[in-house]
Design a protein around this ligand. Structure first.
Ligand SMILES: Nc1ncnc2c1ncn2[C@@H]1O[C@H](COP(=O)(O)OP(=O)(O)O)[C@@H](O)[C@H]1O
Ligand SMILES: [Mg+2]
Length: 247
C-alpha cells in the first residue's frame, strides 16, 4: 500500500462553477468569458477594483442575471435557466452588497422573515444569538438603528438560518471598521469550517486573504489570476495601480 500524500486534495470537488461566462446588461457585455470554480468546503476570495464585474458574477451565480454564453454549474450540474428561488432552495445563499436587512423591522422580525424556509423561529433565534450574542441583546431593536457591523451580523444570521451549502458574500467589509471586518471574517471562517463553501467578493480587503483558501483577481470582466492568497496579495496592489487611474 502506498503511503504517498495525494497530490490533489480529496476536497477539490467543484461545488459552484462559472464556465466561460459572458453576460451583461442590455447590449453591454460586462463579463467577457469568466471561468471560476469554488470547491466544496473552501473559501474563495474574488478581488478586484470597482466596476470589474464582481457583483455581476455573483448575480450570475445566484440566478439573478441570465448569461449570453457559457455555463453555470452547481454540484456538477448545469443550472442555466434555474430561477434564483429554486437555487436558494438548493442551498445557494447570497448576502448582497448593502447587507439586505429590513431596516424598519426589529432583529427578531428580520429573523422571522427566514421562517419561510420551514425552520422554527425559536431555533433560528437560538442559533443566531448563540453565534452573535450582540443580536440577542438587541432582538427588539430596529435593524436600521444598529451599527453597520451589527447589521452585517444580522444579514449573516439570516443567511445562515437557511442552512446554505454555498454562501456568496458581496463586500461584507463595506463601510465597516477593520476590527469589525476581522470579527466578521472570523465567523465566515468558522462557517466554512463546518463545510459550507464560500465565495467572498471584496474590492481590496486584505483581511479576507487571511481566511481564504484561494483567491482570484478580476479586472475588466475577466479573471486575470487565481492562486494562493499570499501570492496574490502583492499582485492585487499592482492590479489597482495598473487597473485604473489613481484618484
Ligand atoms: N444593473 C446594471 N445595469 C447596467 N450596467 C450595470 C448594472 N450593474 C452593473 N453594471 C455595470 O457593469 C460593470 C460591472 O459592475 P459590477 O459587477 O457591479 O462590478 P464590481 O462589483 O466589480 O464593482 C460596471 O461597468 C457597471 O457600471
Ligand atoms: Mg460590486
Amino acid at each position: 500500500m502506498s503511503t504517498f500524500v495525494e497530490t490533489s486534495s480529496p476536497d477539490a470537488e467543484p461545488i459552484l462553477e462559472l464556465v466561460d461566462v459572458r453576460a451583461g446588461y442590455g447590449s453591454i457585455e460586462v463579463l467577457h468569458g469568466v471561468t471560476l470554480t469554488v470547491n466544496r468546503g473552501e473559501v474563495l476570495a474574488l478581488l478586484g477594483p470597482n466596476g470589474g464585474g464582481k457583483s455581476t458574477s455573483l448575480k450570475v451565480c445566484s440566478g439573478l442575471l441570465e448569461i449570453t454564453t457559457g455555463d453555470v454549474r452547481l454540484a456538477g450540474r448545469s443550472v442555466l435557466g434555474v430561477s434564483a428561488d429554486k437555487l436558494a432552495r438548493l442551498g445557494l445563499c447570497t448576502i448582497p452588497e448593502g447587507r439586505g436587512v429590513f431596516p424598519n423591522l426589529t432583529v427578531r422580525e428580520n429573523l422571522m422573515m427566514c421562517t419561510h424556509t420551514g425552520a422554527k423561529l425559536d431555533d433560528i433565534e437560538a442559533i443566531a444569538y448563540d453565534r452573535f450574542p450582540r443580536l440577542g441583546e438587541r432582538r427588539g431593536q430596529l435593524a436600521g438603528t444598529m451599527s453597520g457591523g451589527e447589521q452585517q451580523m444580522l444579514a449573516m444570521a439570516r443567511a445562515l438560518s437557511t442552512n446554505p451549502a454555498v454562501l456568496l458574500l458581496d463586500e461584507l467589509s463595506m463601510g465597516l471598521a477593520p476590527l469589525i471586518v476581522g470579527r466578521l471574517y472570523e465567523i465566515v471562517a468558522q462557517v466554512a469550517a463546518t463545510g459550507v463553501s464560500v465565495l467572498v467578493v471584496e474590492q481590496f480587503a486584505r483581511t479576507v486573504l487571511g481566511i481564504a483558501d484561494r483567491a482570484a483577481i478580476m479586472l475588466h470582466g475577466k479573471i486575470t489570476r487565481v492562486g494562493p492568497p499570499d501570492e496574490l496579495a502583492e499582485e492585487l496592489s499592482s492590479a489597482y495601480l495598473g487597473g485604473k487611474g489613481q484618484s
